[in-house]
Design a protein around this ligand. Structure first.
Ligand code: DUT
Ligand code: MG
Length: 148
């Protein structure tokens, strides 16, 4: 277990960050919209939803903002830039770019879990310019080159 420090911003008071089950991969992210002002995501529209949370990821890690399957399956609501990337040096508020891919409006209430955050190790590399690349069996084949 790796400690990940987080703070609740003023508009995140009372919200939290946690796993929904013992071995869940993703920390659920809550919507930090005002309790008396739910956010309505119109059909085929998007919104950047505040979570009221800021984190300090350990160097060598990233966090991915992933959709919740229940919202996607039941309401057509997903994370537009999935998986969103949270850099280890980011100290701003975590935000979730939700999109409503359905014909029905979707209402987001305060504290509702809108996405999940998966923390993962990340390889940081040094890009090295070279004259040519080593040969492989695949070569330049891609995008279905091996068949269906
Ligand atoms: O779904 C997301 C994606 C990003 N971020 C935050 C954390 C991340 O570290 C920062 C920048 O994200 P990204 O690199 O994807 O965006 P960019 O368009 O490249 O912006 P920047 O120029 O700030 O890197 O925004 C979120 O809160 N939620
Ligand atoms: Mg970036």
């Amino acid at each position: 277990m790796i400690d990940v420090p987080y703070i609740l911003l003023p508009h995140g008071e009372g919200l939290g960050l946690g796993y929904a089950s013992a071995a869940a991969a993703g920390l659920d992210l809550p919507a930090a919209v005002p309790a008396d002002e739910p956010l309505t995501l119109a059909p085929w529209s998007r919104a950047m939803v505040p979570t009221g949370i800021a984190i300090a990821l350990p160097p060598g890690t990233e966090a991915q903002v992933r959709p919740r399957s229940g919202l996607a399956a039941r309401h057509g609501v997903t994370v537009l830039n999935s998986p969103g990337t949270v850099d280890a040096d980011y100290r701003g508020e975590l935000k979730v770019i939700l999109v409503n891919l359905s014909d029905e409006p979707f209402v987001i209430r305060r504290g509702e879990r809108i996405a999940q955050l998966v923390v993962a190790p990340v390889a940081t590399v040094t890009p090295v310019p070279v004259a040519s690349l080593d040969a492989t069996e695949r070569g330049e084949g891609g995008f279905g080159s091996t068949g269906r």
